[in-house]
Design a protein around this ligand. Structure first.
Ligand code: PGA
Length: 251
């Protein structure tokens, strides 16, 4: 593990209603307690639960984030939420450009880039997701695809403080398949090199998370990799014991 502080982020996706979500967040707050830990912990509940989960996390070290925001500050965008609305609740982060949003909502790199700027303007840290599909990997295009997504989705002005990158190979999300440590490190090192090429020494300060079927059983070897600075965890973040075990593996 690098000197960058690991970020263990839970992406609850479209899961959870009030009682279950509250119990899950409370379980994490209880485990975090008043102690200090070698990692930052973040949960990103569905928008409907951001307010109650922010209330539960208040006063603890648990961070809360959104799963998306609109690029505009406000206005006529039925069904959308703005970055400022998330910030208003106490959210500190927002996931942007997740592959499910790129696929389900046609989000392009330009869209993600605009949303990232909106997140910064509201004082949120953007977690910008990138990752290749199985066809792209099989076609030997992984680095081209990921490089293009990083170049297009991350705006000028990005710093290690306002932006986190999440590398999530699409074929590993929710499938039980993970990138091997060698595969993951190769892509993370490539992303790091692109950040350094563009942002100079600042590029070394960005946290680059791995996502895609991370679980207690495989977290330690992934989190130990030189350029892996935490995880973006879907399924295993819905069980407090599992999510905590993954965080514990980052120490
Ligand atoms: P998974 O999801 O851990 O369930 O594979 C990760 C993600 O999509 O962020």
């Amino acid at each position: 593990m690098s000197q960058r502080r690991p970020l263990i982020a839970g992406n609850w996706k479209m899961n959870g209603t009030s009682s279950g979500g509250a119990a899950l967040a409370q379980g994490l707050v209880d485990r975090l307690g008043k102690g200090t830990h070698g990692f930052d912990m973040l949960v990103c509940p569905p928008a409907t639960l951001c307010a109650p989960i922010c209330d539960i996390a208040g006063g603890s070290s648990l961070y809360v984030g959104g799963q998306d925001c609109h690029a505009a500050e406000k206005g006529a965008h039925t069904g959308d939420i703005s970055a400022a609305m998330l910030r208003d609740l106490g959210c500190a982060h927002v996931i942007l450009g997740h592959s499910e949003r790129r696929a389900d909502h046609g989000e392009s790199d330009a869209t993600v880039n605009a949303k990232t700027k909106a997140a910064w303007a509201a004082g949120l840290i953007a977690i910008v997701c990138v990752g290749e599909t199985e066809t792209e990997r099989d076609g030997g295009k992984t680095l081209d695809v990921v490089g293009g997504q990083v170049a297009g989705s991350v705006p000028d002005g990005a710093t290690g403080a306002n932006t986190v990158i999440a590398y999530e190979p699409v074929w590993a999300i929710g499938t039980g398949r993970t990138a091997s440590p060698d595969e993951a490190q190769a892509v993370h090192a490539f992303i790091r090199s692109k950040l350094v090429e563009r942002f100079g020494g600042e590029g070394d300060t960005f946290r680059i998370l791995y996502g895609g079927s991370m679980k207690p059983g495989n977290a330690a070897e992934l989190l130990a990799l030189k350029d892996v600075d935490g995880g973006l965890i879907g399924g295993a973040s819905l069980v407090a014991d599992d999510f905590w075990a993954i965080a514990a593996a980052s120490r």
